[in-house]
Design a protein around this ligand. Sequence first.
Ligand SMILES: Nc1ncnc2c1ncn2[C@@H]1O[C@H](COP(=O)(O)OP(=O)(O)OP(=O)(O)O)[C@@H](O)[C@H]1O
Ligand SMILES: [Mg+2]
Length: 482
Amino acid sequence: MAEINNPELANSIVRAFQASHDFIALIDSDARIVWANDALAAKHGTGSDNLTGQHFNKLFDSNLADLTQDILITIINDGFFHGELFMHGEDASFPASVSASIVPCEDSDYDFMILFFASDRTYLKQHEEEARKRKEFFGTIISRAPVGIFCLDIDGNLTVINNVMLKMGKKAEIHLREGKNIDKYKDMFNPKIIEVIEKGLLGRKSDLENIPLLADDRSKPIVNIIGAPVFSPEGGIEGVAVLIEDRTEKILIEEKLQETSKLASIGEIAAGVAHTINNPMTTITGRIEMMKMKAEKNHRNTESIDIILHNLERISQIAKGLLDYSRKDVDVEGEVNINDLVKQTVLFFLPHYTWINIDTGLNPDMPVISCDSGKIEQVLHDLFLNAVQAVGKKGSITFSTEFDTAAKEIVIRITDTGSGIAEKNLDKIFDLFFTTKDPGKGTGLGLPVSMTIIKQHGGTIVVEETSEKGTTFAIRLPISNK
Ligand SMILES: Nc1ncnc2c1ncn2[C@@H]1O[C@H](COP(=O)(O)OP(=O)(O)OP(=O)(O)O)[C@@H](O)[C@H]1O
Ligand SMILES: [Mg+2]
């Protein structure tokens, strides 16, 4: 080290040490304070003279008494020490960054001295703590947010990716990793998504709604995206934060809702059509029946008239079905035993379908329910007729009832040994006018009307099982709340 021979310069250095905001002291080889600057003395609530002669221990938090010995040994052995320690302060101990090094002093009374230098880290620590808390807070928000979030630095490297984003990516076979550059994934994302990211990196916020996430022709997932630049405290662009919301499920729900309201309006139109048809139909049927009577009187062939009458009957059945489909009211009776309705249905059909084995498995302990018995019977008839048509020439149809005590619902099942429902038709069978029957045989009104009736009762109707061995429909109705 260069000697400072110039006393002026030496004095300036001492003056600079004295005026420093950092804490500076000289410590002798016996670990006693030889000199302390004003900042250090002030921190101890005293004048610098009062520190002179005190043990070097004094400078530290009293809990560190044992450690100071080790520090001294380190300084003597290594020539220096550096560390973060708690120093003593008049009000409270405080965190400090401490450096100490050996200064050889051959010409003086001492062999060496220790130059002690420390700076208060309280403010910095507070800042660090605040920054840590802020980071933790934002970290929690980012990880718990129900939307995908990722951030890129100015070079396009991924710095943050939350779990929702990771999962969304994984589902789409894009394995996002922190540290990777967005270029690696560029071809996989829809170019519009990349545009939003690039705009963000140029300092412009932008967003897009309902666009596919991926570049290939897969339409799912459909997402909303917002890209916003991230600015540094000085105002420069540090990167971009991107929020991606998967809208696929919600779009499906919205479509279903639209479908439902469409069906409601179909119902209203259907009711209108049915009413309009009914009046002229009554007149036409009346006239044709008179024509038939005349023809019979004159011993003329009535075959064509019979065909017309048969088809007129069909038209009025369709009109009735449409009215049932659109009807909103139900005529609820107080206490109906569902087993009785099932028995009546079986008794009604038994003589007509002798080639089918019609069976029942009725739970004797069924609670009574409030319902429109006429309508429920209509549903049982429709389901039975469907089963008959599915069974064909040979087979069996079983009605069973059950009380689901947990759900407080009664369950009616109609099981047939028919041909089953094709997978592709399963989500269509409750649609108005959907039928697989030959023209003139089915109108596709039975199940939608049944569904309307059961829904009006607060219940559900579903295909519980179907295969080439047969089908089970299950109707669930809530029990009366008496
Ligand atoms: N038990 C069943 N087994 C097999 N397929 C069935 C069964 N029940 C209904 N289906 C299918 O669902 C379709 C729709 O039934 P739905 O009762 O609504 O109309 P439909 O029977 O064709 O005509 P409609 O009842 O108006 O005379 C049927 O055409 C048939 O394909
Ligand atoms: Mg039917």
